[in-house]
Design a protein around this ligand. Sequence first.
Ligand code: CA
Ligand code: CA
Ligand code: CA
Length: 426
Amino acid sequence: MLRISILTLFVIGFLSTESYGGSGDVTGDGFVTNADVALLSDYLLGKVQFTPAQLTAANANSDTSIDIADVAKIINNLQATISIDVTPDSGSWTLTGPTGFTAVTGTGDRKGSSKIATRIAGTYTLHCNIVTGYAPPFDLVQDVVLGNATTFNAIYTRLDSNTVMIALPGNVPMLLIKCPAGSFQMGSPDTERSRGSDEGPAHTVNFSQPFFIGKYEVTQEQWRAVMGTNPAQYHGVGNRYPVYYVSWNDIAGAGGFIEKLNAHISKTGQGGPVRLPSEAEWEYACRAGTTTRFFFGDSLSTLDDTHIDGPTDSTAYPGRRSDYMWFACSPGDSKPVGTTPRGGNAWGLFDMSGNIAEWCQDTYHPNYIGAPTDGSPWDTIGNIKIMRGGGWAFGASKCRSANRNNSVFDANARYYVLGFRLARSN
Ligand SMILES: [Ca+2]
Ligand SMILES: [Ca+2]
Ligand SMILES: [Ca+2]
C-alpha cells in the first residue's frame, strides 16, 4: 500500500517543478526548513506516519523511495524564513540583505504563509519608515541562518504630547523631548567629589518657558541626511551611532548642519528653528530633576578618576555605572545611541552622560560669576566652546552632570569623542 502510494506520488512529483515550498516541504507550511528535515528524520526512524501529501513532499529527489538521500536533498535546498511583525499595522518597511537578495518592501505584517523565504544567509536589516503619530524603531539588524526562522519585531512608539518628531531629508526621523519650565541649581556644591572650580558658584537658573532637546545625540544617519556626508570614522560607524569629528562651526556656523536643517524645516512647515542648547539647558536636561553627581545617583563608592566601573550608592538606581552611561572605554568606541542597558534619564533623554561629549552654544567661562540666570547662552568671552557630558573615552568623573570641558576646544576643533544634540525653543 505504501509502495503504491509512493509510486503514484512519484509521477506527481516528477511533473511538478522543483521550487521552494514544493518538494521537501514535508511540514506543508510552504517553506523548506530544518523542521522538514526533522520531520523526515522522524519518519525514517519510524516515529511518525506520513499522509500522501507528505510522502510526495518527502520524496525530495523524486526517485522511487524515501530515504537518507531525500534528507540530503532537503538540506541542500534549505531556505531561511523571515517573518515581519509590525506594530501598528500601518508601519511600512524595507528589508535588505546580503548581495543577491532583492530588497522587499511592505506595509504591515509578513507572517505565516506570507513570510519571506530566502536561500541567502547573512545579515539582514529591516528599516521602518515614518508613520504619522509614531516614531519608527531604529533599524533592526539580525543574522539569518538557512533552515531557521527569524522574526523582525518592529514596534513603533506612539508620540506623546512631550515628544516632537522632525522628518529630516529622506524622511529620517529626529526626536525632541519637551523639558518643562522650572528652576534648578546649576553647577556643583563645593563638597561634590571630583568637581572642578569652574562648576561654581552653584546658582539658580529659571526657565520661564519649556524648551525641547534631542532625545538622542545626533546620529551619523541624521548628519548624512542633512549634509550628504559622514565625517565619523574609526570609533563606531553606522546609522545609529552618534556623529563625531564635527566642529562647532560645522554644526552652528555658516552653511553648517543647523542652517541647512532649518532651511528644510522651514520649507516643509515643520515648526520653529533648531539650534544648539545653551549650557544651562544642557545641564537642566541632563539632571532631569536630580541634584546628584549623575542623573542616576552619586556613585561614591569607587574611584572616578580611574577606569574602574563599580556599584552606585543609590538604592533607587541599583547597578553599575556602565548600566547608565557609556564611559571609560567600557568597552572602546562610541555606541549606537539609546542603547544603555537601563535606558535614559527621568525625562527620557539618552546618553546625556557618556557616549560622545556634546557641544553647547556657549563659550567657556572659568566660573559662573555673572552667568545668566534665565537659561540663555553665555558667550561673552573667548572662542573656546562648551562641551558637556563626557564620553566613552573619559573617566566617570568627566561624565558628571555638572562637569565642564577642559577649556581646550575652539569652534573649529574636531574631536573623536565630541558630537552634539539639538534644541528648539518651541
Ligand atoms: Ca516546511
Ligand atoms: Ca527519494
Ligand atoms: Ca553624550
